[in-house]
Design a protein around this ligand. Structure first.
Ligand code: NAD
Length: 481
């Protein structure tokens, strides 16, 4: 095992009740660097006993934390934000080791965007009106209670801060279970939470698998709410396990987001960022716009632009500053992506770039060729199933009606893009797309914009005010005045 100096020391422990502790029963599981396929660390996996322990700590801390002042909570969140920025290099390095993020991408996106969720939670908290009086009735918002937070491996730190920060800002206490495939950044984060001065029991971390630790959290009678980001399979299992205890369940699940090019779009300008948005983070983003829906009479031009963009992407060693895309994050995902590329070929999509197999020159590491299919029929598997890899589908349309119908012809409804110079027309199309977030002409990222899914992409919202409110219950005190 080659051990990087960035690997946290306490991989055999969990953070429960304000201190690092050994699990009830130790089972160590390897974390594999997807760039080398080597073991970089071994991390303890928990069980339902560790969940019980962490939930008891969170439950005990709940009344005290809920009673803290807004100013105190905001101060701690401000400190946590500062600490994440101070330790951003270590966090970026660990993210790169555990899931293969190109180091430049980890530094410029994965870590700073994660920090933004903490800043936003602090700012939302600072001005939030927890009580309003309407016609003599007080409408009071109170923390929902103990929250179980379950996160995936694709944007590991970002998904963690998107849940932990608003939950503790709202006055809730939490038990976090990060992905078993990317637990290292979570361990570093837990230490920063500790250093920020959060009282014991407010934040707890238990590592482990979904079927053991995640399922125990979902079913736990002393957890009031579960927020999960992950696959539809896991989201549905969590909802089922949570049902008998009638806890709130929010789910951020899969996507198959469309990118609709209206006839008046500036194709030369808009196709390259469309390709990059689909492929960034090696396509492992739930809202990646992986279906580029374009007028049929512009198809040849779009194909040329898309192929040129994808062919120019530097795929390689994530430690190199020049690398744009590192490997796929793990072996299982690599195999799934390869199978989907084969499915695209088998169903007759036109391959214009990339294809099956590893990137040339790599015998090891889950390096996947940026792949673009054209003349894709929206009924094909590559257009219907979430691939979660660097695979873009170009789908032609003849009429605007058809473009909108294709955009909506999916079980998902997470993100969507519209390109067009006539903003009124772009807005009109946005209004007809059933997705939780529609981006017009690639705007800059807005961490206040609520994010979440229509249809099978989930329930509930994250980020900004709406993400914060997920962690609040509503109490009406009638006769208040
Ligand atoms: P996954 O479903 O395999 O795992 C996600 C998390 O759920 C992990 O922590 C896992 O241990 C846990 N889990 C698995 N089975 C569970 C169970 N039975 N009970 C409780 N917890 C369980 O997903 P993944 O492969 O880590 O992530 C990729 C998926 O996440 C993709 O489908 C992607 O679209 C989705 N995703 C969605 C968003 C979003 O905001 N909508 C963001 C990122 C990823």
């Amino acid at each position: 095992m080659t051990k990087s100096s960035y690997i946290p020391q306490n991989t055999d422990q969990f953070y429960i009740n304000g201190r690092w502790q050994l699990p009830a029963q130790a089972t160590m599981v390897a974390v594999i660097n997807p760039a080398t396929e080597e073991v970089v660390a071994e991390v303890a996996q928990g069980s339902s006993r560790d969940v019980d322990h962490a939930v008891a700590a969170a439950r005990a801390a709940m009344p005290g934390w809920a009673a803290t002042s807004v100013a105190d909570r905001a101060r701690i969140l401000g400190k946590l934000h500062e600490l994440i920025l101070e330790h951003q290099e270590a966090l970026a390095q660990v993210l790169s080791l555990e899931m293969g993020a190109a180091i430049s991408f980890a530094r410029s996106m994965q870590v700073p965007l994660a920090a933004e969720h903490v800043r936003v939670a602090r700012d939302v908290l600072a001005t939030y009106a927890f009580q309003k009086i309407e016609n003599g009735t007080a409408i009071v918002r109170e923390p929902i209670g103990v929250c179980g937070l379950i996160t995936p491996w694709n944007w590991p730190l970002y998904q963690i801060t998107a849940k932990v920060a608003p939950a503790i800002a709202a006055g809730c206490t939490v038990v976090l279970k990060p992905s078993e495939l990317s637990p290292l950044s979570a361990l570093l984060f837990a230490q920063l939470v500790h250093d920020a001065g959060l009282p014991a029991g407010v934040f707890n971390l238990v590592n482990g698998g979904g079927a053991e630790v995640g399922a125990a959290m979902a079913a736990h009678p002393d957890i009031d709410m579960i927020s999960i980001t992950g696959s539809n399979r896991a989201g549905a299992l969590v909802a089922q396990a949570a049902a008998p205890t009638v806890k709130r369940v929010t789910q951020e699940l899969g996507g198959k987001s469309p990118n609709v090019f209206l006839p008046d779009a500036d194709f030369a300008k808009a196709v390259p960022p469309g390709v990059m948005s689909a492929l960034r983070n090696v396509g492992q983003s739930c809202s990646a716009p992986t279906r580029m829906i374009v007028p049929r009479n512009r198809l040849a031009e779009v194909e040329a632009l898309a192929a040129a963009t994808a062919n120019a992407i530097i795929v390689g060693d994530p430690r190199s500053e020049d690398t744009v895309l590192g490997p796929i994050a793990n072996e299982a995902q690599f195999k799934r992506v390869q199978a989907m590329i084969e499915a695209g070929l088998a169903q007759g999509a036109k391959l214009i770039c990339g294809g099956p197999g590893r990137v040339d020159g790599f015998a090891k590491g889950f390096y996947t060729r940026p792949t673009v299919f054209s003349q894709v029929d929206n009924g094909m598997r590559i257009a219907q199933e979430e691939i979660f890899g660097p695979v873009l589908c170009i789908i032609p349309y003849d009429t605007l009606e058809e473009a909108v119908a294709i955009a909506n012809d999916t079980v998902y409804g997470l993100g969507a893009h519209v390109q067009g110079q006539d903003l009124d027309q772009a807005r009109a199309v946005a209004a007809r797309i059933r997705a939780g977030q529609v981006l017009l002409n690639y705007p800059t990222w807005n961490p206040m914009a609520p994010f979440g899914g229509y249809k099978r992409s989930g329930n509930g919202r994250e980020y900004g005010v709406q993400g914060f409110e997920e962690y609040l219950e509503i109490k009406a005190i009638v006769g208040f005045e």
